[in-house]
Every structure is written in C-alpha cells, then in structure tokens.
Ligand binder design. Sequence first.
Ligand code: ADP
Length: 508
Amino acid sequence: MKGGHLVLAMDQGTTSSRAIAFGRDGRPVAAAQQPFEQQFPTPGHVTHDPEAIWASQLEVARRVVTQVGGPERIAAIGIANQRETTLVWDRATGRPVADAIVWQSRITAPACERLRAEGHEPLFRQRTGLPLDAYFAGPKIAHILDADPTGRLRERAARGELAFGTVDTFLLWRLTGGRVHATDVSNASRTLLFDIHRLAWDQDLLDLVGVPVELLPEVRPTSDRFGETDPELFGRPIPITALAGDQQAATFGQACFEPGQAKNTYGTGAFLLLNTGTEPRHSANGLLTTVGWQLEPGGPVTYALEGSIFSAGSAVQWLRDGLRAFEDAADVESVASEVDDSGGVYLVPAFTGLGAPHWDPDARGTIVGVTRGTTIAHLARATLDAIAFQSADVLEAMVADAGEPLVELRVDGGAAANDLLLQLQADVLGVPVERPIVLETTALGAAYLAGLAVGYWRDLDDVASKWALDRRFEPAMSSESREARLRGWRRAGERSLRWASSDRGPTP
Ligand code: ADP
C-alpha cells in the first residue's frame, strides 16, 4: 500500500488491544485487533498479565505498520488506554513486580473505605474531582507494594528502583526501550493522587494513600513529543506524541471541543462526558470531574464532567441471553419496532445497582406496568427506552452541575448502530443526537492528539472539520409526552431503589 503519511493509534482496551492507522481525512486505512486474557484471582479482583498487554499491543501495531507499507509511512503514534489499570515495574529490568490491577477490581475497596471513615473524602474530591472509590489507581499502587510476598517492595520503591504507571505509561516505557517514564494529565487525573487544579502530584494525598513519590512518572500534556519508539521495534524510530485515557480520547475523537458539547458511548455500559471548558466544575450530583486534555505545555486544560451507566448494552444482552427474546443483539431494533411504544411498561436495568444520579448499590432490576397485553416487543422497547432515560438522567445532572445547557449529543459505541435507540434518545433529551461516520472514536481521538503535535493536522478547527455526520436524529416528541414519559421512568426508578438491602426487602 502506498500513499502519504498516516497516524497510528494504539487503543489498549480492557479486553483487547487494537491498532488503527488514520489518514488526514480522519478515516481509518488499516486496523488490527487482538483480545487477551482476563484473570479473576479472587471474587471481585481482576488482573491482567502486563506481558499479554504489551505483546498484544505490539503485535497489532506491527501488523498495521506492515499493512500500510512500513514505518516510514507513520508520522506519529498516539496511545489511548483503558484507564486506572495499575502497573509497577522494576526500572532496571523493565519487568513488572506483579500483575496489573484492572480498573474493575474491587480489591482496594477496604482501603478506600478506611480513608472515607477517617473523613478524608472531601479532601480527595476537592483536589482530584473524584470520590474515594476502588476504581482509581492510587490505592492499587499501595496494594501492589503491600501485597508482595517478599515484603521488600516499599524499601525498593523508596530507593527509586521501581516505577508506577497506568497502561499509557507502561506502553510508553516499553516502546521507548525504557527511556521515557511519563504520563499525561488525563490519565494522571484518574489516580486520586493528582491535583487537577495545580496539575501536579499532591504530597498530602500521596501520604494518605501510602504511595512513595519516587514511583511516579512525569506528567505531561496529552499531546506532546513524549519520545520515539526503540528502532528495533518497527525497523525505524517513530515519534510517540499523544497519551490519553480512552474516554477522553473518544471525546476528542468526537471533536467535542466547545463547552456544552457531550458524547455518549453506548457499549456494555455507557460513558458520558461533557466538555465544561477550562475550569473544573465540581459536581453536586455524584459525577466525576476529570481532566479532558491539554494540548501544549503550560497551555489551557479542558475539563469534563463524567458519568457512567453500569448497564446499557448489557440490558440488550439480557433480553437476548436471559429471556431468549432474539438471536442477535441488533435484532432488538426490529422487535422493539413492532410496537409504537412500550405500552406503559418501564424496565429499570439496575442489575448491579444504579450509578449517577442515584448511587444505590442495592437497587435491582425492575419491570413495572405489565398488563395481560404486554409482549416481548414491549419489553424490547422498554429496554431501549431505559438506555435513553438513564443517559438523560446523567446528562440532566451534568447540565445542572455545569450550569450550561447541552448543545447536542454525539454518540458512538456498539449500540449506537441502533437508529431507534438514537431517536428515542433525541426524544427524551429534546436535543439533537448525532452519529458520526467513524465510530472508532477512541482510536481516532488518540490519532488526532498525536497528529496535532507533529503538525499533521493544523489545529482544532482542522480536526473539527474532519468530523463527518452519518446521521442526525432530531427530537420529534412533544414536551408534554416527554415529561409524562420521564415521570413514568422516575416512578419506576423509585421502585428499584434499595431492593437488595436487608431492611427493605428480600435479599436475592
Ligand atoms: P464494549 O466496548 O463495552 O464491549 P461495544 O461498544 O462493542 O461494547 O457494544 C456492545 C454492546 O452493545 C453489547 O452489550 C450489545 O448488547 C449492544 N448492542 C450491539 N448492537 C446493538 C444494537 N443494534 N442495538 C442495541 N444494542 C446493541
């Protein structure tokens, strides 16, 4: 394959590593993907073999480089990564001292609970924008140091022999042959150790969590000249010029550059991010405040509010696998289209509790409004409604926190293929929903961030001009109907709350 330069995105996800090469028009030219093993050592604990992360990511990158005709075609590499997943390795050998603790792991829940009981949560929230939850990286570092059977890791860390990194940092270290130990502000903002106002590691928080400062990487802008690949890896050095957490990269890939622009990724769960501009907005509704990106050293930082929905596409999976309602997840659209509406049925997919804005781990899945006339089509419709309603709840909380209206919602992820879902989403939001042609927004965002650092794309306007609409869904529901539907949804939601708590009902 011949032609001009391309930018290579590495998208290191939770279940697979992907590489995609993009051209100047922001369209993919070549792609490769490889899954790797998930490890569940104890209930609630999830780990990855760091060598499996590295080997799969290198393999797919090499395949794409070969497909496009060699390393001389690659102008720059950008890395987007599963966030919060934590590694510690030996600086001398590059060998990890333990398996990576994955973001999903609850192994650090007791440590977070202890800090909360000691009254530290307001400090963490104020400085990091995050609640004291086991998701985040900092306590995972302390866990790796303390769980080590040799009992020598803390001493070795204090001597500066070890390095911590999230997946971006680990890949950068390996790609540069151990020459660069750095992260970016978006990944740093997910550690509970980083002050998102001063953009610096915070010694008070490091002391509280028990993380030696000697472990930490340098924090750099999201788009920056981080280093070059070791010449042995691809045959010649390639500049690495972006690191970004996956959801931030997707927001960038959706060109949500203006305050009030938001994106929703509909996958197993759903991830919403709202650009709130250059000042962090703290949430009164249980949302996260996070760094979106920084494009140059000392330059302005774009912040975002983030909310996640635990069950979105997984509710469709439940219809398919649990109720055997249809064969293929995509069939939900035709089944739900057999009826004009859900016939008064509401389904609250609180399979694992509810996140923002309820934050009730004891909520459980609930179906209400069932009559003798209810069919599987009504349930399918109610399921799509629920994905749209949950997203609307989070967006409403975001808008309240941000104090600015939502302009439009840009969407991606597997379930964004569903036209009916996106129409329902526009209807319940009363705001247009836009689906771009390129749905690989995470990789695309990493590519844009990397390309900007080397002048492959000129500026944000240049990038924004590449965003190409596949389809726009205009709200078509009267505000009266919308209000009535939302009222019904809220009543259904109330019935799902606290279901699994022992004092309110039977424990499942
Ligand atoms: P993830 O990255 O979280 O694994 P994907 O973005 O690949 O998820 O999306 C897969 C999810 O989307 C699955 O939960 C599946 O049930 C759901 N899904 C896939 N296609 C459709 C569709 N046409 N309509 C609704 N949901 C869908």
